[in-house]
Design a protein around this ligand. Structure first.
Ligand SMILES: Cc1cc2nc3c(=O)[nH]c(=O)nc-3n(C[C@H](O)[C@H](O)[C@H](O)COP(=O)(O)OP(=O)(O)OC[C@H]3O[C@@H](n4cnc5c(N)ncnc54)[C@H](O)[C@@H]3O)c2cc1C
Length: 348
């Protein structure tokens, strides 16, 4: 078995397969967690890129609940594997205006009605107009977590080859191949390049602040802005890609003055003053038209599997989907695989 990409997806698949006794080799162009898995905001959230109420409409109640249940179980697994790279804090979705408060109410009611844990938290501080708290969620140190996952896979017997870019699928001598390159997907499978589009996210980190302002990951404006504080009280803040969508629809890992200055100004709004920025970076994630990942075997290509396109929401979903692919390869046919069938976008 050959896996292309050593982010959370590839390492998750490698771990399950190696534990089942299969020979697995992971090919990584740079280093473990050098893609989005080591560059993200560290939000470990259940669900997918759509809020739950929207998923109920788009997928139907049963399939939405199947997806949320899958990720709640993956969160529990993540907590058991990640050690101190994960903190179980919950997460807070905030309404930036009255219209978003209506959207939050819809998600709150849908989750509550279907039996998922959720709490309404009133806030009216002039800045935000209400919030919902998601109790199962948490905070990750993303690179540390995925390196740990890779180490687990290696201990179980997987071979992980860093600085080993795959330039053509033909060069892989394996019965089965998984492409798990998310936003870095390019040049290996043409229909996949069309279905999963690269999107850039930019992040800043400040020096440690004088106190704790945020006890869990916070996000607002439908997830376009997101922030949390690390254990040493640094503010990690990302977002504003919607203010320059054309420019940010790119696979180029670079920061831009426009987004960076918006992030800095917003950090000042959130905590007052002008906190000093110590780190800046960007990363690329893969977006699909229906905001669901493509996970499963590729139609008409015996032995070729993909798991890409989490649309900015792959920390927990990537762990779940890497494991789903592995279980599919082991002949277990997990029912959740049907949620993400790549045939809907990858024609035979
Ligand atoms: C700035 C930012 C913030 C985000 N915030 C969050 C968040 O808070 N919560 C959340 O759930 N999600 C978030 N995401 C999305 C999340 O990070 C991704 O969905 C997830 O990490 C995808 O994991 P992956 O393993 O599928 O892909 P990646 O981690 O991107 O790994 C793909 C790997 O494939 C390698 N690769 C590519 N091509 C080849 C090749 N030809 N040969 C060999 N190797 C190759 C790359 O080097 C890379 O290491 C964010 C993303 C970004 C960029």
């Amino acid at each position: 078995m050959a896996i292309v990409g050593a982010g959370v997806t590839g390492c998750s698949c490698a771990l399950t397969l190696a534990e089942a006794g299969l020979r697995v080799r992971v090919h990584e162009a740079r280093e473990v967690a050098s893609g989005a898995s080591g560059r993200n905001g560290g939000f470990a959230l259940r669900g997918g890129a759509m809020p739950y109420d929207v998923a109920r409409v788009e997928l139907g109640v049963e399939r939405a609940a199947l997806l949320w249940g899958l990720t709640e179980r993956a969160l529990e697994r993540l907590a058991s594997l990640a050690g101190d790279a994960f903190r179980h804090t919950g997460s807070l979705r905030l309404a930036a205006d009255a219209a978003e408060a209506v959207a939050l109410t819809a998600e709150f009611e849908a989750l509550r009605d279907d039996g998922f844990a959720v709490e309404w938290r009133s806030i009216d501080d002039g800045h935000f107009h209400g919030s919902i708290f998601h109790p199962p969620d948490g905070s990750l140190h993303p690179a540390r977590w995925v390196r740990r996952l890779a180490a687990r896979a290696a201990e179980a017997g997987a071979e992980i080859r860093e600085h080993d870019r795959v330039t053509s699928l033909d060069e892989l001598a394996a019965d089965a191949v998984l492409i798990s390159t998310d936003g870095y997907t390019q040049g290996l499978l043409e229909p996949l390049d069309r279905a999963v589009k690269p999107a850039r996210g930019q992040v800043i980190v400040t020096e440690p602040l004088e106190r704790a302002y945020f006890s869990c990951p916070h996000y607002a404006r439908y997830g376009y802005d997101y922030w949390q504080q690390t254990e040493d009280l640094r503010l990690v803040l990302g977002g504003f890609r919607d203010t320059a969508l054309d420019e940010e629809s790119t696979a180029e890992e670079a920061t831009t003055p426009g987004i960076q200055s918006r992030l800095e100004a917003y950090a000042g709004e959130l905590v007052g003053g002008n906190p000093k920025v110590t780190n800046r970076w960007s990363g690329i994630f893969g977006v699909t038209d229906d905001l669901l990942p493509l996970v499963g075997s590729v139609p008409g290509r015996e032995g070729l599997w993909v798991s890409c396109g989490y649309s900015g929401h792959g920390n927990v979903l990537g762990l779940a989907c890497g494991d789903l692919v592995a279980r599919g390869l082991l002949g277990q046919s997990p029912p959740e695989l049907a949620l993400f069938d790549p045939a809907r976008m990858l024609a035979a």
